[in-house]
Design a protein around this ligand. Structure first.
Ligand SMILES: *[C@@H]1O[C@H](CO)[C@@H](O)[C@H](O)[C@H]1NC(C)=O
Ligand SMILES: *[C@@H]1O[C@H](CO)[C@@H](O)[C@H](O)[C@H]1NC(C)=O
Ligand SMILES: *[C@@H]1O[C@H](CO)[C@@H](O)[C@H](O)[C@H]1NC(C)=O
Length: 424
């Protein structure tokens, strides 16, 4: 799989007259840290889509078909609860964890007050919280639970609370403490951590992750009365460069690295795109697209996008999604699964979207199938769920893992900005 990704990548078809020059950066030695990302084994498209809609409060309006000849796979039956232990070699901060059934997020190990817990890295939110001994008993079940009493460095942040709502059903709230957080060797001694006393069912059931590490901008952190900084903001000053890179692979593994841009992880030019942090997100201009070798078209509904590691799919403006699936043989919008599906043997076209004003990033068609979602009962053929789905006309496009996996991405506090390049 890995080789295929590198070969299939077609990033940076510049549609400006000039290609973006390669940044010249001195090779520096110093503080940088990496943490491997561990995949969860079973990914279920419709659940991933529902989760994304919930996170951003998107209300889906389906005008799809009720298909009589389509039998969806029941995610609770089909996906085994087998634990998939993937130990990854790492140069700094050795890492291993488990992947379990359920949604489709990627998780990585984090050490809080000396206790190792597997958490979801989320560049789409700015609160760090972990299921703890303060959480309801039902929420502790099946989770690795952080115990503040067993940490010699934990301090309660008196009077502080956090309350994060990702959408109608998805939330966590409770008290806040400070502790030492170590992510792959990058350490913050006074990191604010939410200890939820209330959690939505989605987080309780999601035993593959024990909390979130919010890596968006601190202006949307929900701790009150005194807003707190994200791990990334706290660690930035001690890093060689104030960057976090995401090198995510199509096979579900990957690496997050803090403090350095590893020149061996990408090839060709890196595009530096300016970020508007006003809304708290890694938000950038993305106002054009093309399907396959087709003409460039405008994105008018939401010409901006956010880079969100905490979202599985790529959620684009409706005009992008309609234009794309009009080029996919046998594609239908299915009510039963809430998104576009098509026969798995269909060859998908590439999709190019603008990153900033000068560059198109191309996601190869081979990376745009998300998962098998059922079978066609007429033909017996497997039916697949698309990795590209609609943002239902909301004001942001959410470029999640399906998009991010096709490139090497730098989350850069300078600017702030995002760097995009073709993976090595
Ligand atoms: C959290 O915020 C929501 C509104 O976003 C509010 O309805 C809820 O009561 C708050 N919960 C707590 C425990 O403060
Ligand atoms: C199932 O196959 C039939 C016959 O090829 C086709 O008309 C129908 O659209 C397919 N349904 C789905 C959900 O792909
Ligand atoms: C990207 O641009 C910003 C602002 O223009 C600059 O500070 C930063 O160093 C650049 N990043 C890279 C990786 O070149």
């Amino acid at each position: 799989m890995r080789f295929l990704i590198s070969l299939a990548l077609l990033l940076c078809l510049s549609y400006d007259a000039l290609a973006v020059p390669a940044p010249s950066r001195p090779q520096r030695k110093g503080r940088s840290f990496k943490v491997d990302r561990i995949r969860r084994r079973v990914a279920h498209g419709p659940s991933a889509l529902r989760k994304a809609y919930a996170k951003y409060g998107i209300v889906p309006t389906h005008f799809g078909l009720d298909l009589l000849d389509f039998e969806p796979i029941d995610p609770h039956q089909s996906s085994s609860t087998a634990v998939d232990d993937v130990a990854q070699p790492a140069e700094t901060g050795a890492v291993s964890a488990s992947a379990v059934q359920g949604g489709a997020e990627f998780v990585s190990p984090v050490t809080i007050g000396g206790q190792k817990v597997v958490m979801d890295f989320d560049t789409g939110s700015s609160d760090m919280w972990v299921i703890s001994t303060n959480s309801p008993a039902a929420a502790q079940q099946g989770h690795t639970v952080f115990d503040p009493a067993k940490s010699t460095t934990f301090k309660t942040l008196d009077g502080a609370t956090f309350n994060i709502t990702y959408g109608d059903q998805s939330f966590a709230n409770g008290i806040v403490g400070m502790d030492t957080v170590d992510i792959g060797g990058a350490t913050v001694t006074n990191q604010a951590i939410g200890l939820p006393t209330q959690l939505s069912q989605t987080f309780i059931e999601d035993t593959a992750s024990n909390g979130l590490v919010g890596l968006a901008f601190s202006n949307i952190n929900t701790v009150r009365p005194q807003q707190q900084k994200t791990f990334f903001d706290n660690v930035a000053a001690s890093l060689d460069e104030p960057v976090m890179t995401a090198s995510l692979k199509a096979d579900g593994t990957g690496v997050y690295e803090f403090g350095t841009i590893d020149q061996t992880k990408f090839q060709g030019n890196m595009v530096n795109v300016s970020v508007d942090p006003t809304n708290g997100f890694w938000q950038f201009q993305s106002a054009e697209f093309a399907v396959g070798n087709g003409a460039l078209q405008q994105i008018t509904t939401a010409p901006t996008a956010i880079a969100d590691t905490g979202t599985t799919l790529m959620l684009s403006s409706p005009e992008v999604v309609m234009a794309y699936y009009s080029q996919v043989q046998g594609a239908v919008l299915a009510n039963g699964v809430g998104g576009f599906i098509y026969p798995c043997n269909t060859q998908l076209p590439d999709l190019s979207v603008a990153v900033g004003g000068e560059t198109l990033a191309t996601i190869p068609g081979s990376l745009l199938t998300f998962s098998q979602v059922g079978v066609n009962t007429t033909t017996g053929q497997p039916v697949c769920f698309g990795g590209l789905q609609s943002n239902q006309g909301s004001s942001l496009q959410i470029y999640g893992d399906v998009f991010l996996k096709s490139m090497f991405v730098v989350f850069d506090k300078r600017g702030p900005s995002l760097g995009f390049a073709s993976p090595a």
